[in-house]
Write a protein that binds this ligand. Structure first.
Ligand code: ADP
Length: 816
């Protein structure tokens, strides 16, 4: 020991070092490791490389511990001591600065250097093993991770040396097979015994194919575990070849998929259950994609919606024309090929009631509930829609509503009828009442109501009464103006309706342009605006006489039969009211006429009485005074008396005639009469009066004209016509002509006097009717009436041609 310590304190001679250095530097400079020589205590005697900036010689004599991490000093000292003590090379690991200055881990081998059998120095070769240690640590870590991953994946690993037929399995495989290591399969034949007998054949074929080709196709088969339970596994693998390309081994993994398969099977079973469940539901169920494709549906869905197999299979557009409507009747957006219900619009409808048309056009009501399904993996939305067919219920409701509406409408009509009837029954102003009627009709029932009445001439001339009600008063005004401008043509359908005496309804086709009001002239601009799809023309008839027409029109709604009934009822009541108003007016004038007649008659009867009284007094005085009594004095007075009595007689006869005719007592005594002679006699008889009135009478008569007539009546006719011609003839000549053919005769009495207006011509043949004032012309207004009756009693007729101021011609036509 003392020797060694002397060695330790005895450094190599400088000459030795230099010699050694010469030899060793080139040699050790090429070695990547640190090679150094130290004294047994650790002072440096030689180094082959140094840290940057230090020369090798500068290091010499320093302690190696200056270059070792203090934590490692003990380990290094122990090693050096061991080597020195035992003489056996040693090894240590310690940290120290590397060439680049970073702290590195060195593995050092220490060998004793002897001189003369004595250990005088120690040779140390230190290698930087930092990199290797890191790599080993990483490898260990990755191995650990792999193990964890394999364990976590529950994949078992296996290998099969196909040449030696040796099989190796890891714990994972044993776990899957629930086998102890002792019973792990060693050969391929062992492996086959673990496979379920039913799957064994195809699994073996799969393994053998892979052993041939090196390509392993995944296998899924059942294994039978030691405890007899069965598990499904999926086996994957790969061929491994040697450098020569020879297949040496198959390597692979196996995974227990029993639970997965059970889950899939129970999912399938659950889906099956669910399908059969919705299959038996009375409710229709559909699952639809955003684009309308149907995923799932049940038989009820197909039945309720009337879908074809192609449609539910998604091969045909779903809804060519649903014509879907909401419960309130508004139309649902008809997307044709889109989803069943308003999917895009936001919330799919829930609790909604929809009316749809099946592809065969059959209307169906469905109650819909729907719900969006969670967005699928492809981010598509889907909706599940369930619906039930409520057509029957809905139809019943609709029917109830319809009946209710009908009842309401009937009540409304009844009220309208009652109220308008009340107005019509009031004797006030009939034209005002009719105005109220049309206004109410439009306010409550129709789009148009018109009442047009015949004027006094029995036509619809420019001044006939018109009552119009329509939604727009300006339009009504235009209609009235049209009527004042343009009389209704006798050929108009309006007049035709009245003539036929029956209601006439015109209905436009629902898709066609509504027909203009039929009574409007087609070129009239109103025809554009007064368009009504439905119009009804109802004649106003009273006592079988046509008085006018009621027109009602509807633009959009078809007439209900009750609408027509209402129009007819109102037409009837209006006609009666018009008739009553007219009768009332006529009665009033008749009463006025009668009063006038009485006044005129009294006056007429009194007129002859004054001269009669005067002349009879004179005659009486003459009768008492014989001296003055002479024929010459008496005769003129008696003539006056006679004329006045005749006049009275004629007046009384006329009045008697009235009651005769009125009572129908117009007895005829027919016998051959010469009318020409009769006319001449009458004219001759009236010669004095005519002369008095300075009236010339021109006769144009045949010598004789004989027929079978009542002579008294004929005379009445001629006398009346001649009297009138003289009275109203303004002193102008009167012409009387007679013309005849084999069957009839025509007597014309023409004057050139005051004439008669067209309006008056209608009525002067009526009783008491006069067209002149009593102040200017006396008369009872009976002459022409008697004349007419006399002519008619003999099968003839009388009429007049006249114009005011241009004279009149009365024509009597009689059969012979
Ligand atoms: P009256 O002459 O007594 O009034 P009529 O019945 O004979 O009664 O005639 C009725 C009315 O007809 C007359 O009041 C008169 O207005 C009109 N009339 C009759 N004949 C003529 C005539 N020739 N020219 C003008 N007016 C006539």
């Amino acid at each position: 020991m003392s020797r060694s310590s002397s060695l330790a304190t005895d450094p190599l001679a400088a000459g030795d070092v230099e010699r050694l250095a010469l030899l060793l530097f080139p040699l050790f400079g090429a070695v990547p490791d640190y090679v150094f020589l130290i004294s047994p205590e650790g002072s440096l005697r030689f180094v082959n490389r140094t840290a940057v900036g230090l020369s090798a010689t500068a290091l010499l004599g320093r302690s190696m511990f200056e270059y070792i991490h203090p934590d490692d000093h003990d380990v290094v000292r122990a090693c050096l001591r061991e080597v020195v003590t035992t003489g056996v090379p040693g090894r240590y690991e310690a940290h120290g600065p590397a060439e680049d200055g970073r702290m590195a881990l060195f593995e050092a081998h220490v060998a004793p250097a002897r001189r003369d059998g004595e250990i005088v120095a120690l040779a140390v070769i230190a290698r930087d093993i930092s990199g290797r240690v890191d790599a080993e640590a990483k490898l260990r870590e990755s191995r650990r991770r792999l193990d964890v991953a394999i364990a976590a994946s529950r994949v078992g690993l296996w290998s099969w040396d196909v040449r030696q037929d040796e099989i190796e399995v890891d714990d994972g495989i044993l776990q899957i097979h629930r086998r102890p290591r002792a019973q792990a399969p060693k050969r391929f034949a062992d492996l086959l015994t673990t496979i379920h007998p039913d799957d064994r054949e195809f699994a073996e074929a799969g393994f053998r194919r892979a052993a041939q080709s090196g390509e392993f196709t995944d296998l899924e088969y059942r294994i039978v575990r030691l405890d007899g339970t069965i598990a499904w596994i999926v086996v994957t693998g790969q061929g491994i070849r040697d450098a020569a390309g020879q297949l040496v081994e198959l390597l692979g993994g196996a995974l227990d998929v029993t639970a997965l398969r059970q889950t899939a099977a129970s999912l399938r079973a659950s889906e099956q259950r669910y399908r059969s469940l919705i299959g038996v539901l009375e409710e229709g169920i559909l699952v639809q994609d955003e684009d309308g494709t149907i995923h799932t549906y049940n038989a009820s869905a197909q039945r309720i919606l009337g879908l074809t197999q192609e449609q539910v299979a998604g091969n045909a557009p779903l809804t060519p024309r649903w014509h879907a409507v909401r419960e309130d009747g508004t139309v649902l957006r008809d997307r044709g090929d889109g989803p069943l219900f308003e999917f895009h619009a936001g919330e799919p409808p829930s609790g909604a009631v929809l009316g749809i048309h099946k592809p065969d056009g059959q209307p169906t009501w469905v109650a819909v509930r729907s719900q969006s399904l969670p967005t699928g993996p492809d981010h598509r939305c889907a909706v599940v829609v369930s619906f039930s067919d409520i057509t029957d219920r809905k139809n019943a409701e609709l029917e109830k509503d319809r009946v209710l509406r009908q009842e309401q409408a009937a009540r409304q009509r009844a009220v309208l009828l009652a109220e308008t009837s009340k107005i019509l029954a009031s004797p006030l102003d009939i034209q005002h009442s009719l105005e109220v009627v049309v206004t109410r009709l439009v306010a409550e029932q129709f789009d148009l109501a018109v009442i047009e009445l015949f004027d006094d001439d029995g036509a619809m001339g420019v001044s006939h009464p018109v009552h119009v009600a329509v939604e727009d008063e300006a339009l009504a005004q235009r209609y009235r103006e049209l009527r004042r401008r343009q009389a209704v043509e006798p050929t108009s359908p309006l007049i035709d309706t009245v003539r036929r005496r029956e209601t006439r309804v015109t209905a436009g086709q629902p898709d066609a342009v509504p027909a203009p009001l039929a009574a409007l002239p087609p070129d009239e601009e109103l025809a554009d605006r007064m368009r009504y799809r439905w119009t009804a023309f109802v004649p106003l008839l009273a006592r079988d006489q046509p008085l006018g027409v009621l027109i009602v029109g509807s633009r959009a709604h078809a007439f209900h039969p009750d609408d027509i009934t209402l129009a007819e009822e109102l037409a009837l009541r209006s006609a009666h009211a018009v008739d009553a108003a007219r009768l009332y007016a006529e009665m009033e004038t008749a009463l006025a006429r009668r009063e006038e007649f009485i006044a005129v008659a009294s006056h007429e009867l009194r007129t002859p009485l004054t001269p009669l009284l005067l002349q009879s007094e004179r005659l009486l005085r003459l009768a008492h005074d014989e001296s003055r009594f002479s024929r010459a004095a008496v005769a003129p007075k008696l003539e006056v008396v006679h004329r006045q009595i005749e006049r009275l007689h004629r007046l009384i006869e006329e009045m008697l005639e009235v009651s005769n005719i009125t009572r129908g007592h117009l007895a005829l005594e027919l016998a051959p009469v010469d009318l020409a002679a009769l006319v001449r006699d009458v004219v001759a008889g009236a010669a004095e009066d005519l002369a008095h009135a300075r009236c010339e009478v021109r006769l144009d008569l045949p010598d004789s004209l004989v027929g079978r007539w009542d002579a008294a009546r004929l005379e009445q006719i001629v006398v009346n016509l001649l009297t009138n011609a003289k009275k109203y003839g303004a002193g102008a000549p009167i012409e009387i002509t007679l013309e005849a053919d084999a069957d009839s005769v025509e007597l014309k009495v023409r004057d050139h006097g005051i004439g008669i207006s067209l309006k008056d011509q209608q009525r002067i043949f009526q009783r008491f009717e006069r067209a002149v004032s009593g102040r200017h012309y006396g008369g009872l207004g009976l002459g022409l009436w008697v004349t007419r009756h006399a002519a008619e009693a003999m099968g003839g007729a009388v009429h007049v041609h006249s114009e005011p101021g241009a004279g009149s011609t009365f024509i009597v036509r009689l059969p012979r």
